[in-house]
Design a protein around this ligand. Structure first.
Ligand code: NAP
Length: 321
């Protein structure tokens, strides 16, 4: 495969990348997917997915991603299980580096997704994997009959709390405001649980413990009061950052690092172009959570992955490929 040239290279293999792979493969573009070590994306660390249409009884995130991959493979997509380490979009064909190997393509679809945000505390880093976690599905079972803390007020935080209640003796959700951002149905479920309580208007000042988490020092943002709360684990669920560092200085990014596409691009990039998933480099398209800070759902990532593939296909055709 080394040095191979393809019509389309797809970087990333979550719902967006795998859907782009499926569509590109069915369009006979024989896509090469650089799936990365985090292949499958964030659904690999998600438990029951209850809102992906077509699965009335829910589906496990990793199972859903395995099905996506199998479907793309069936039509001829090929995969490299390694991270892209560099890109050169300065001329066509574009180049994508994977360790020592350089692959080239007429069009590139970026679907590198996003990753969990951390609080940024030294104690949090020190105790990561020793009671500090960003993934209840991965680590929840290690915390049987313990008191646990979940930080955040969005759907992720509530989802983590609801999942963890099957293991925890009790759970406190620490939120910096007095109102949750999570959807009403998730809020109602959490409020109805007798294991889950809320600590409002508070942030974590420090994670406590030498070799493993023993609790957290909370700061009440209204009074400034510090309170130590004992716990065996602390789950951080405060949102995500886009995986776009590879494209810094190469594509237009917004201030939070999301790749800017379509009509969001500055006016000097052909405002008449019909390609909604186009980036600031003609022939490079982007989809999924690396673009989207609003919806961030598997189904929307998948939808934009489909759009990127159709855009790439039509653009390639317009260029005579
Ligand atoms: P989010 O909606 O951005 O929520 C992040 C939460 O963390 C907010 O409550 C925010 O507080 C808080 N926060 C952010 N930075 C913080 C910091 N430094 N310290 C303390 N708290 C901090 O992110 P999300 O919950 O990951 O959800 C992202 C998207 O995925 C949403 O669209 C959500 O609906 C979706 N999602 C859906 C499901 C589901 O339907 N099953 C599950 C997970 C995620 P503020 O509220 O004050 O900003």
């Amino acid at each position: 495969m080394e040095g191979e040239h393809r019509k389309v290279i797809i970087i990333g293999a979550g719902p967006a990348g795998l859907t782009a792979a499926l569509y590109s493969a069915r369009a006979n573009l024989s896509p090469l997917v650089i799936e990365g070590f985090d292949a499958g994306g964030q659904l690999m660390i998600t438990s029951d997915v209850e809102n992906y249409p077509g699965f009335p009884d829910g589906v496990m995130g990793p199972d859903l991603m395995a099905l996506f991959r199998k479907q793309a493979e069936r039509f001829g997509a090929t995969f490299i299980t390694d991270d892209a380490s560099g890109v050169d979009f300065s001329e066509r064909p574009f180049k994508v580096q994977v360790r020592k190997d350089v692959f080239s393509a007429e069009a590139v679809i970026i679907a590198t997704g996003a990753k969990a945000k951390m609080l940024g505390l030294t104690s949090e880093q020190r105790l990561l994997g020793r009671g500090v976690s960003t993934c209840a599905t991965c680590d929840g079972a290690f915390f049987k009959n313990q008191d646990l803390l979940v930080v955040g007020g969005g759907d992720s935080a509530i989802e983590e709390a609801l999942f963890l209640q099957r293991f925890a003796s009790k759970l406190s959700v620490i939120h910096r405001r007095d109102q949750l951002r999570a959807s009403k149905i998730m809020q109602d479920r959490a409020m109805a649980s007798d294991k889950i309580s809320f600590v409002w208007n508070s942030t974590v000042d420090e994670v406590l413990g030498d070799h493993k988490v023993e609790g957290a020092r909370l700061r009440n943002l209204q009074t400034g009061e510090l309170t130590d709360i004992p716990a065996g684990g602390l789950f951080v669920a405060i949102g995500h950052t886009p995986n776009s560092s590879l494209f810094q200085g190469k594509l237009q990014l917004d201030p939070a690092g999301y790749i800017v596409v379509g009509k969001g691009l500055s006016a000097d990039w052909d405002p008449e172009s019909p390609y909604e998933t186009r980036t600031s480099v003609e022939g490079v398209f982007a989809a999924g959570d690396v673009v989207d800070h609003t919806y961030r759902q598997a189904i929307t990532a998948s939808g934009t992955g489909c759009m990127a593939s159709i855009d790439a296909e039509r653009w390639l055709e317009s260029k005579g490929h």
